[in-house]
Design a protein around this ligand. Sequence first.
Ligand code: PEP
Ligand code: MG
Length: 579
Amino acid sequence: MRTLQGIAVSPGVAIGEALIVDNEGFRIPRRFVMRDAVDDELQRLNNAVEAVAGQIARNRDSVTAQLGDQCGAIFSAHLQMLRDPSLLAEIEGLIRQKHYSPEYAVSQTLRRFAKVFEDLDNIYMSERAHDIVDIERSLLGKLLGERREEFSHITSPAIILAHNLTPTETANLDRRFVLGFVTEIGGAGGHTAIVAKGLEIPAVVGMGRFLTDLSGGELVIVDGNHGRVILQPDEETIAHYRYEVEEHQNLVAQLGTLRDLPAQTTDGTRITLHANIEFPREAESCLERGADGIGLYRTEFLYLGAEVEPTEEDHYAAYAEVIRQMQGRPVVIRTLDLGADKLGQLPQDEQNPFLGLRSIRLSLRNLPLFLVQLRAIMRASALGPVRIMFPLVSTLADLRQAKMVLADAIEDLEEAGIAFDADVDVGMMVEVPAAVTMLDRFLKEVDFISVGTNDLIQYALAVDRGNNEVADRYQASDPAVLRLIEQSLDAAKAADVAASVCGQMSGEPRYTMLLLGLGLRTLSVPPSAVPEIKKICRSISITQCEEVARRAMTMDSAREIDTYLREELRKVAPEFGDN
Ligand code: PEP
Ligand code: MG
């Protein structure tokens, strides 16, 4: 058994068999072959070994001819490893005795060999691990051919262990079969993390390198509450986690009784609890969890994974579905927040995609695309209470231009005699420190604001929200971030403009008292967090929260603040004190 620590991004516990997706995309599940097929499978292995050996020998000859014997010797060494009798005997043994598929046997054996080399205290020898991995890839390439399976083809329960998952890949995971996932890279604020939480798939990211030791099929526990990953757990650990899963189910059932009750504090202040969604199908879980509305609909997910660009009708159909499902509750539709961070690729060689052409900047650069969306939102506004929100506004010019494009869309609809709600509220996200600084001016031109702490943290602290190397610096409770939030809420109150917080921090139990104490009265949280945040709101008074906020704001570090907030939470709601 081995316990590894990563970053907890989506709560819950999953127990299941590992399915590995490494850099190359090979996945080697533990598969068995029928007893009477063993000889054929051994032949298939033999063919693959011969094919790879032939390839290596050709490389050796060509490199020797061009660069001399010394370089060619690298390939001779590969050939020697591939032909190593103990290596082949081990692979064949696994096929013959355990009836493993050749793919699984190859991957098990070569990874074990690579690990032994990797752990050697000699740089030259430990580098040989790469050669072994190289041979493994070549052999698997031959054995699997082009049969590289897609996530969407997973048809039996598994835990995905991957180098990385893009937000699109995550969005396409089938919740019925993917019990949980773990990635080597990624941070708490990344969109992969956000989507995992939306889909309620337990997840841990930013593990660092750990996949070389594994070949798939091992039993794994993903503890998305504490960021732990346990490989090949012992019976006691499995029992402990099964108990935890049961306890959690009991808590969920208990919290379910709050669904139709308001998020009202003990001294009578009504808190509005909205939910964040990425896909129309999530609206149902917002209702089930007792949300008062949708405070952030991330519409860019309509584009992720789509093969053709969504039309106005596609937009309209998605918005209409959400609005109908929410039965008269408000729906804040955020305009496209597309960018390299969500696409998982650089659209035009951007060196710094988070500082580049993303979000409202991209929409303002592509007016036809923006108009399509704005027309669809306005048409949908005829169906129920809709609010429009612009993301990543950093200058007054951004906001004014966006409103002008909206005015154009409205004019179009008027001319065409298409119905819409003329009183739609228009707001902006506050997620760039420049917007906080200038908020008094912005507030004269918007109906509401929503503080997007996911981005605000990264721009205030100069920390990439998706980078595990600097994940320890990405802290919502950093005093600098808290001052920006306080400043935003104070400015909105002074201007009598509605304010909410929709970044992930608003769904984390330890921050509820702090945020209410800073004056926040509307929170927008992942749907799964609605019941627990409601429970906390119903367990505290505003006077208590104000005292907590006052003390927290005197502290110097995120660590000090988090420790303090956890202690205070434990006093009022011990069941969430770990969070
Ligand atoms: C945010 O930045 O806090 C936010 C809610 O937007 P996103 O996470 O989609 O960037
Ligand atoms: Mg954002």
